[in-house]
Design a binder for this molecule. Structure first.
Ligand SMILES: Cc1cc2nc3c(=O)[nH]c(=O)nc-3n(C[C@H](O)[C@H](O)[C@H](O)COP(=O)(O)OP(=O)(O)OC[C@H]3O[C@@H](n4cnc5c(N)ncnc54)[C@H](O)[C@@H]3O)c2cc1C
Length: 384
């Protein structure tokens, strides 16, 4: 694939850049999630009104039918502008592609425009206390009742559940099944009777994710995505997009910025000759180039009409190693006080979660070994 931009694509990049230059505002300093979400909603709505959210979605569902290359251009320009990440990113990056791939036209018409303008924030109800890496071991049950389903169980680590209108919930609809068979993907209205949400405070001091308890929660028939019993295939689409499409394009540019700022800081302090600092900077730079190459491969696959597959695990693994290496190097440069204050403190703390969120690095390595390199399968259930 030719990755140089043609005249139309250059014009598109300029259009995105000038809109962002005229409209991006700094996010509020507040660490209060409710304030951040209220601000994030207003910002995303402004983007949506200008047609800059879900740009690859069909026009009929509120998108502009943009090509994969235009999406990559948009993500890079967005990151370069310093604009904050979208508040409804689970809706945009996970629920949107899942609904487009497996939902009915009626579901897409009903939900996608409201995801774009943040009328409905979405969350992902996959992980459970006993089913994270071993996702197919989940126990939340969906029992058939008249007009829909009754869902019972517990989910955990659910980002933004406390603000969400809907949750993409993977549940066992066949009680006699084991592993990845007999699962269904249901869209759970988060204000339903029977739902209890308890925020969990993480080490950044924020409570972004939650425990979610579901006690005989009614989910109507029209909220089943894909076929009953085929939830694993639907969830696999969600996970492939979570790891490999929108976010790594943005992260590539964000980390270019981090790396050049850190390089300048190390030079200013006369530390470029220190072996640990030099190694850390070079490792992060090489990882960044590897991430870029993975992104180009994803792009050429999408541009040929393909879908993200197990190679998303490689993208995610490269990104998590890179962000952790860079954050560790920042601490070498800035000294022992760095984890406690300043711009790198939060980034360093967040980088710890990179090798866990969206599936751990061990699991990504296993997927790469089994599904890309063709090594013998590990003797256990299907994994995240
Ligand atoms: C910031 C953040 C946000 C998140 N948001 C969400 C969300 O919105 N929705 C959601 O559903 N989930 C979310 N998660 C959960 C995340 O997907 C899980 O934490 C992850 O899949 C790991 O599951 P676990 O925590 O149960 O760890 P476990 O599966 O218990 O793993 C514990 C350790 O054992 C290792 N391990 C387990 N099995 C194997 C194996 N077979 N081979 C080798 N090593 C193994 C793991 O790699 C890990 O090091 C989030 C997590 C984080 C950190």
């Amino acid at each position: 694939m030719d990755l140089s931009l043609n005249e139309d694509e250059r014009r598109f990049a300029l259009e995105v850049r000038s809109w962002l230059e005229a409209n991006v505002e700094p996010a509020p300093e507040s660490q209060d999630p409710a304030e951040q979400v209220a601000w994030g909603r207003a910002w995303q709505r402004k983007l949506a009104e200008a047609g800059w959210v879900g740009i690859d979605w069909p026009v009929a569902y509120g998108g502009r039918g943009a090509s994969p290359l235009q999406v990559a251009i948009f993500n890079a320009e967005y990151a370069r502008s310093g604009a904050p990440q979208l508040v409804n990113r689970v809706g945009i990056n996970l629920a949107g592609p899942t609904l487009l791939a497996h939902g009915t036209p009626e579901q897409c018409r009903r939900w996608l425009p409201r995801i774009a303008d943040t009328e409905d924030i979405w969350c992902q109800l996959f992980s459970e206390p006993g089913a994270g890496s071993d996702l197919a071991g989940l126990r939340t049950g969906a029992q058939r009742v008249e007009g829909g389903w009754h869902v019972n169980g517990q989910k955990v680590w659910t980002s933004y559940a406390q603000f969400a209108r809907y949750g993409l919930c993977l549940a066992r609809s066949d009680p006699d099944s084991t592993g990845s068979r007999g699962l269904s993907l249901l869209v759970v209205p988060m204000d339903s009777p029977g739902i209890t949400i308890r925020p969990l405070v993480q080490m950044t001091g924020e409570a972004e994710f939650n425990e979610v308890f579901l006690d005989t929660v009614f989910v109507p028939d029209g909220h089943l995505v894909g076929e009953a019993g085929q939830g694993w295939a639907v969830a696999s689409t969600t996970l492939a997009h979570e790891r490999g499409t929108n976010f790594p394009f943005k992260e590539e540019v964000v980390h270019e910025g981090y790396l050049s700022r850190l390089f300048a800081e190390a030079a200013r302090r006369g530390m470029l000759d220190e072996p640990d600092v030099a190694d850390g900077l070079v490792d992060a730079y090489v990882a960044l180039l590897v991430l870029r190459t993975h992104n180009w491969r994803t792009l050429s696959k999408l541009a040929r009409g393909g879908h993200p597959g197990p190679e998303s695990s490689w993208v995610k693994l490269t990104w998590s190693d890179m962000t952790q290496r860079l954050s560790e190097t920042a601490l070498e440069v800035l000294g022992p006080g760095a984890p406690l204050w300043g711009t790198w403190a939060r980034q360093w703390l967040w980088s710890k979660s990179a090798s866990v969120a969206g599936g751990t690095s061990e699991i990504q390595r296993t997927i790469i070994g089994e599904r890309i390199l063709g090594l013998p399968r590990q003797q256990s259930h299907q994994r995240r």
